[in-house]
Design a protein around this ligand. Structure first.
Ligand code: SAM
Ligand code: DTB
Ligand code: SF4
Length: 355
């Protein structure tokens, strides 16, 4: 057994916003006894959030597969044979139909994903129309379309886009082993365009790619030292898809995953930390540990982009068992009827819990 770091080894977790985290501080957090780390993360969580509330988003792939990039984890890269059929950009009406269903199921935020390296300028008016119409339903809007130029980010903001998801994915010193078709700096540039356009950023990464603990710390360090902390930080656990180069990678220790969530919470105290891809294969107990470590957002609905997610009944039951409730839409948001994930709320009522 390795020697344990003294409990006092890491800085006091006051929940203050910092952009000057050091790799050594993050490593010291990783080295803490599990119970001490969870205690610190849970304390920070309570300073800024109601720990019983979890934000709930719905995801739709509006343009699937056929992507020219080579992200080693991704089933949508054209060069890997994963059985994902390439599809063209969906029509606005088809997207709206899905958005109406998501709203009826209780979603408050609708995230549209496209398997693009970056959108072509001619795609922007089509995506802008989707954003305008989805927003008109009273849903918050999010998109993840690949790299954006500054004018493209401005155009999406003008259409009413609230959030843009663009991940750093992994540590700078591991990135070159995972993606060769674009640079880390390209990602930082897109994030700058999104911030400059006045949109909220959703930016996180994937763990379980075969990275070291130091590299998991490096990812969190890169996120926490961005000029502004992302509003949402999705922490994805690799979904292993046959045909991708990372299929067969050794599974990450589940406790190491929980540690990663906890350190995201400590280093980015005001951000929504999303327990993102990989939930389908997690036990309820592991998810509960993630919520206890400060995760406070999930994707809700049976599918992510091309892979599975827990079905809604399982999530409703999990919320009820844990006494969790969906986070209401931010007050500034014009949400007729105050969409707060009605089905989960109803289920919690039925179980005698406050919603
Ligand atoms: N093509 C755009 C891009 O890469 O920015 C948007 C969609 S892409 C699928 C969004 C994110 O999904 C990736 O950055 C990655 O973090 C995550 N992702 C993709 N495949 C995954 C997998 N197999 N397991 C976990 N997360 C995955
Ligand atoms: C993010 O960080 N995770 C979501 C969302 N942003 C777009 C996507 C997960 C994709 C998992 C693999 C798939 O379903 O294709
Ligand atoms: Fe393409 Fe995005 Fe998948 Fe990379 S993660 S291959 S850019 S869809």
């Amino acid at each position: 057994m390795s020697a344990q770091a003294p409990i006092t080894a890491s800085p006091a977790s006051t929940g203050a916003i910092r952009h000057d985290w050091q790799q050594s501080e993050l490593l010291a957090l990783f080295e803490l006894p599990f119970t001490e780390l969870l205690h610190r993360a849970a304390s920070v969580h309570r300073q800024h959030f109601d720990p019983a509330e979890v934000q709930v988003s719905t995801l739709l792939s509006v343009k699937t597969g056929g992507c020219p990039e080579d992200c080693a984890y991704c089933p949508q890269a054209q060069r890997y044979h994963t059985g994902v059929d390439a599809q063209k950009l969906m029509s606005t009406e088809a997207v709206l139909e899905k958005a109406r269903q998501a709203k009826a199921a209780g979603a408050s935020r609708f995230c549209m994903g496209a398997a693009w390296r970056s959108p072509k300028d001619r795609d922007i008016p089509k995506v802008a129309a989707m954003i305008r119409e989805v927003k008109a339903l009273g849903l918050e809007t999010c998109a993840t379309l690949g790299m954006l130029s500054a004018p493209q980010a401005d155009a999406l903001k003008s259409a009413g886009l609230d959030y843009y998801n663009h991940n750093l994915d992994t540590a700078p010193d591991f990135y070159g082993q995972i993606i060769h078709t674009r640079e880390y700096q390209d990602r930082l540039d897109t994030l700058e365009h999104v911030r400059d356009a006045g949109m909220k950023t959703c930016c996180g990464g994937i763990v379980g790619l075969g990275e070291s603990r130091a590299q998991r710390a490096g990812l969190l360090l890169a996120l926490a030292n961005l000029p502004a902390h992302p509003d949402s930080v999705p922490i994805n656990r690799l979904v292993q898809v046959e045909g991708t180069p990372l299929h067969g990678t050794a599974e990450l220790d589940p406790f190491e995953f929980v540690r990663t969530i906890a350190i995201a919470r400590i280093t980015m105290p005001h951000s929504m930390v999303r327990l993102s891809a990989g939930r389908e294969s997690m036990s309820d107990e592991l998810q509960a540990l993630c919520f206890a470590a400060g995760a406070n957002s999930i994707f809700y609905g049976e599918k992510l982009l091309t892979t599975g997610n827990p079905d809604v009944e399982r999530d409703q039951a999990l919320f009820a068992r844990l006494g969790l409730r969906p986070m209401p839409v931010e007050p500034a948001m014009p949400a007729p009827g105050g969409t707060v994930h009605a089905d989960i709320v109803e289920h919690n009522h039925a179980c005698g819990r406050a919603a």
